[in-house]
Design a protein around this ligand. Structure first.
Ligand code: LLP
Length: 422
C-alpha cells in the first residue's frame, strides 16, 4: 500500500499535489512519501511482533539522508555495504550497535573505520575477508563481531542480475565450506562469532525459496551448535518483493513471510536480524517526468520524456516494469495507445517503459513512474551530462526538497584541467 492517489483528478503524494511540487522544482524529480515508508516499517515490524528482531534497512535501496532520518526515527537499524553508506547511516543518527556491514569487497580501511565505530557486526563473505578482518581488528586491539554469509545454493526465482543465493553467484561462502570457516573463525584473534547470515536475492515474489533457504539455515545452525559455536542471531537478509504492476502481481504479505521465518526458525530462541530495502522504499517513491514530444512511427508510438535511463536504470538493466500514471487522471474509458516511453539519452536502451497501453500523452503533460523509491535515485548517473535530479520528501501536507537538482557548473567543475593546458 502507498500514499500516492488521485484527489479531484490530480495525483497527490499524501496531501500534496504533484503539480505543486513540479512547479517548485521542475521535472524530472523523485518524490517520496513519509507515510508510506512509515507504514512499511510498521507492517514488517508488526509481522515479527513477539519475536526478538532488528530491522536493518538496506541503505543501498534509497540512501537520501532525509529517508535515513525517517527510518532512524522509526527505530530501524541499517545494513550498509560501504564506508560511504556507514557514514550516511551515522550522519542520520543511527546508533552503531544497530548497523551491520555486508558486501564481498570490504577494504581494510573500511573495516578499520567500521571497527572504530563499534558497529553491531560484519557479514563476512570469504576466508580471505575473514583473515583480513582478524588482522585489522587485532591490529587495533579490538574485536569484530561477525556472521558468515552462507550461500545456500537456492534459486530465488528472480531476475538473474539480482539473484544472489545460487552457487554460481559471487556471494557468500559455499554451504560445503562454511562449517570449516566457522571453526577457523572461532580461533582467530580479534573475531567474535555471533551470527549466521543468508540473503538469496531481491524482488522475490514466492515464499518457497525463502522456506528452502531458512530450512538450510536451521540445519546449519544445529550443526554449528553441536560443534560448540555460540550463535545469538540469525540474519535472514532482505529480498521480499513488491507489487510493480498494480494489483496484478501481489507478492507475499510480510505476515506470510514472517510465518515462514517462524515456522522454520522460530523455535531456536535466537534474535532475527533482517535487511529489507525494496519492500520499505520501492512503493514509497515515484519518478515524475514531463512529456517533451510524441513521435508516432510505422512500428511504434514513442513518447519522449525528460527522464531517462540515467535517472531510472531499472527498466533497461533488469527488464523491470514501472506502472505509469498520468498526473492528471484520465477517465478509465479513455482510448489507449500502445507506446514506448523513452528519454533523450542516445541509446536504444534508453526507455522507462515499453509497449505500454496508456492514454495518448500530450507534450508538457506530467506522468509518474510508480514504485521508483528503491534503486531509483541511488543508481542514477550523469550520463550524457544530464544533471542528477531533485528528490522531494512529502510528509502530510508539507514537502521538502531533500536533494536539490545539481547545476551544470557543479557538474563540470568536478573535472580538472591538467597543468599543460595553462
Ligand atoms: N541484503 C543484502 C546482502 C543485499 O545484497 C540486498 C540487496 C539487500 C539486503 C536488500 O534487498 P531487498 O530487500 O531490497 O530486495 N538494483 C536492483 C536490486 C539490487 C539488490 C542488491 N542487494 C534492482 O533495482 O532491482
Amino acid at each position: 500500500m502507498h500514499h500516492f492517489h488521485y484527489t479531484d483528478g490530480i495525483l497527490h503524494a499524501e496531501s500534496v499535489s504533484i503539480p505543486t511540487i513540479a512547479e517548485a522544482v521542475g521535472t524530472p524529480f523523485y518524490c517520496y512519501s513519509t507515510a508510506t515508508f512509515t507504514r512499511h516499517v510498521e507492517v514488517l515490524s508488526q509481522a515479527f511482533d513477539g519475536s526478538d528482531h532488528l530491522i536493518c534497512y538496506a541503505v543501498k535501496a534509497n540512501s537520501n539522508q532525509a529517508v535515513l532520518k525517517t527510518m532512524a526515527a522509526l527505530g530501524t537499524g541499517m545494513d550498509v555495504v560501504s564506508e560511504g553508506e556507514l557514514r550516511r547511516a551515522r550522519a542520520a543518527g543511527v546508533p552503531p550497535n544497530k548497523i551491520i556491514f555486508a558486501g564481498v569487497g570490504k577494504t581494510r580501511d573500511e573495516m578499520a573505520y567500521a571497527i572504530n565505530e563499534d558497529i553491531l557486526g560484519f557479514n563476512v563473505e570469504s576466508a580471505a575477508e575473514l583473515n583480513a578482518l582478524s588482522e585489522v581488528a587485532s591490529g587495533l586491539g579490538k574485536t569484530a563481531r561477525i556472521a558468515i554469509r552462507v550461500n545456500p545454493d537456492v534459486d530465488a526465482k528472480t531476475h538473474a542480475k539480482i539473484s544472489t543465493g545460487k552457487s554460481e553467484n559471487k556471494f557468500g561462502v559455499p554451504y560445503s565450506q562454511a562449517l570449516a570457516l566457522y571453526d577457523e573463525a572461532a580461533n582467530l584473534p580479534g573475531i567474535d562469532v555471533t551470527g549466521i547470515h543468508m540473503h538469496i536475492g531481491s524482488q522475490i515474489t514466492e515464499l518457497e525459496p525463502f522456506r528452502l533457504a531458512f530450512a538450510r539455515m536451521r540445519e546449519f545452525y544445529q550443526e554449528l551448535r553441536t560443534r560448540g559455536h555460540n550463535i545469538s542471531h540469525l540474519d535472514i537478509g532482505g529480498g521480499l518483493g513488491v507489487p510493480y504492476r498494480g494489483t496484478n502481481d501481489i507478492p507475499p504479505h510480510p505476515d506470510e513471510y514472517a510465518k515462514v521465518v517462524r515456522d522454520t526458525l522460530g523455535d531456536l530462541g535466537l534474535k532475527f536480524v533482517m535487511e529489507p530495502g525494496r519492500m520499505i522504499a520501492a512503493n514509497a517513491g515515484i519518478l515524475v517526468s514531463s512529456v517533451i514530444y510524441t513521435k508516432p512511427t510505422e512500428n511504434k508510438h514513442f513518447t519522449i520524456i525528460d527522464a531517462a535511463m540515467n535517472d531510472l536504470i531499472r527498466p533497461t538493466l533488469y527488464d523491470a516494469h514501472h506502472d505509469v500514471w498520468p498526473v492528471i487522471e484520465r477517465p478509465k474509458s479513455a482510448d489507449r495507445v500502445v507506446q514506448d516511453l523513452v528519454g533523450p539519452v542516445c541509446e536504444s536502451g534508453d526507455y522507462l517503459g515499453q509497449n505500454q497501453p496508456l492514454p495518448l500523452l500530450e507534450p508538457d503533460e506530467l506522468i509518474a513512474f510508480m514504485s521508483a523509491g528503491a534503486y531509483g535515485a541511488v543508481m542514477a548517473s550523469t550520463y550524457n551530462t544530464r544533471l542528477l535530479i531533485p528528490e522531494v520528501l512529502v510528509n502530510g501536507d508539507q514537502f521538502a526538497v531533500v536533494r536539490p537538482r545539481t547545476t551544470y557548473d557543479e557538474l563540470i567543475s568536478l573535472d580538472k584541467i591538467p597543468p599543460w593546458f595553462t
